[in-house]
Design a protein around this ligand. Structure first.
Ligand code: ATP
Ligand code: MG
Length: 444
């Protein structure tokens, strides 16, 4: 790719098929169908976003985004399995097999600030009526509404050319993430662009251009005005996409972690082992992603919120609360305290609490609870969590190692491991299992 200077607004660089390295082969079958379908119906149809950017860097794209001059209704009429979504700015989700292609109509440039919820115009989730901002524009206007230059490259299905209005190709060559337009204004319009900057820089191993990086620290707290539900989705993308560890450290560095997790931030800054705990968890998740294993929000949030749960737990114990209710209360309070920043949907909070509430039981290892514990739906997650705590320096009576051995052991070895458990819970239980033995065998 020849290096070229940033084309001024109003001019643009069209790089013909013969002069770039992208081939149709990068397109998924669904993306190809959608582009071809639009094009055959006489509309402009271009691939944009990560689907263009990533292949130029030799990375397999996560998903494909399409831009077109067809209106949402026209798009919807063309594809049977499609759904118009979004309220402030409508986009269309076209499903094909297991893929979803996000199709958006070229957006007009507008002076309108984003709505109160700080909604990302390209990422709306809820359905509803169209309001003022559903204004369509030219492809060029569309380019300048996008966030970073490398995200505003278009691959035109009509002649397989690449179109670059903002100097994105040069930035790809130089591995620079550069925000389009006036950085402060763009971050104010949508503060989520600050975390997208960090996420993409980590994902692509790009540097933030100085003017892109400069306002972030000072404006990090703008994130606190973004809807907590949207931030839940963003946090998952930040930490569960395979480069969470790097992202976490950049988030700390730029003050963005503090904006999202203010309590946890204070606690980890004064306790090295908590730092280690979160870092190690994210390294493990990144490894899991690399191995194609699933990673889930509940585990992630059980880790990120553990500092504030554990602190409350210790405090309640100190105040004389018995351990079991203390932990239940602490869990509830820690989650509640987070909801105004990043709100965690109910379907996950139960699992988070279970992971925490199993911790003392995994350490105690009451003899008659060992086998039921193995069957607990959250055992695996709670055990992984316990290992993490030990890895980051907590002394937990070597319980993690014990459970590791126990899971790998034969029946005989397991009996020995249970027999060898120390502590007075041992003594108390010694007579009980004996008395209950016949019954216990029938009803495990
Ligand atoms: P990836 O899919 O790898 O996370 P992506 O860049 O494709 O990266 P998406 O969230 O899929 O990210 O968004 C698709 C495109 O929509 C982006 O490339 C960008 O052009 C535009 N976009 C997304 N979010 C915003 C935003 N907050 N402000 C402006 N443009 C955005
Ligand atoms: Mg994408």
């Amino acid at each position: 790719m020849a290096s070229r200077s940033e084309p001024p607004k109003g001019l643009h660089a069209v790089i013909p098929r013969s002069d770039h390295t992208l081939s149709r082969g990068i397109l998924s079958p669904a993306a190809l169908k959608v582009l071809q379908g639009l094009s055959d119906a006489g509309f402009r149809a271009l691939l944009v976003g990560g689907g263009v950017r990533d292949p130029l860097l030799g990375i397999k794209p996560k998903d494909f985004d399409v831009a077109t001059d067809a209106t949402p209704e026209q798009i919807h009429r063309l594809f049977k399995r499609s759904r118009i979504i979004g309220r402030r700015f409508q986009i269309v989700h076209v499903r094909d097999g297991r893929e979803t292609i996000e199709v958006s109509t070229f957006r007009a440039s507008t002076e309108n600030p984003p709505d109160q919820e700080g909604k990302d115009p390209f990422q709306l989730g809820s359905t509803g009526q169209i309001i003022r901002d559903n204004k369509f524009g030219s492809i060029e206007e569309d380019a300048f509404r996008r966030d970073f230059t490398v995200n505003a490259l278009y691959y035109d299905i009509k002649d397989y050319s690449l179109i670059d209005y903002t100097g994105g190709l040069k930035d790809i060559e130089q591995r620079k993430l550069r925000i389009i337009g006036d950085p402060l204004q763009r971050y104010r319009e949508d503060p989520v662009r600050m975390i997208r900057a960090i996420r993409l820089a980590s994902k692509l191993a790009f540097e933030l251009s100085p003017e892109t990086a400069a306002p972030i620290r000072e404006n990090a707290m703008l994130l606190q005005d973004v809807s907590p539900a949207r931030l839940f989705e963003e946090v998952n993308k930040l930490f569960l996409a395979g480069y969470g560890h790097e992202t976490y450290h950049m988030m700390l560095q730029y003050g963005l972690f503090e904006a999202l997790f203010p309590e946890a931030n204070t606690l980890i800054r004064s306790d090295e082992s908590l730092q280690l705990f979160i870092s190690q968890a994210l390294i493990n998740s990144d490894n899991r992603v690399e191995q194609g294993k699933p990673v889930v929000p509940a585990f992630l949030f059980s880790v990120l919120l553990w500092p504030q749960a554990n602190q409350r737990y210790q405090q309640l114990i100190e105040d004389g609360e018995p351990p079991v209710p203390a932990l239940q209360k602490a869990s509830q309070m820690a989650i509640a305290a987070q909801q105004s920043y990043v709100s965690i949907p109910k379907r996950f909070t139960q699992n988070i609490r279970e992971i925490w509430e199993l911790q003392p039981r995994l350490v105690q290892r009451r003899k008659n609870r060992i086998y039921p514990m193995l069957e607990h739906p959250r055992f695996r997650a709670a055990y992984d969590f316990l290992l993490l705590r030990e890895q980051s320096g907590e002394q937990l009576d070597l319980a993690g190692q014990w459970w590791t051995e126990f899971q790998d052991a034969s029946k005989e070895q397991r009996d020995l491991l249970i027999d060898a458990l120390p502590g007075n819970s041992n003594k108390r239980k010694r007579s009980k299992p004996r008395r209950r033995k016949p019954q216990g065998n029938n009803n495990p």
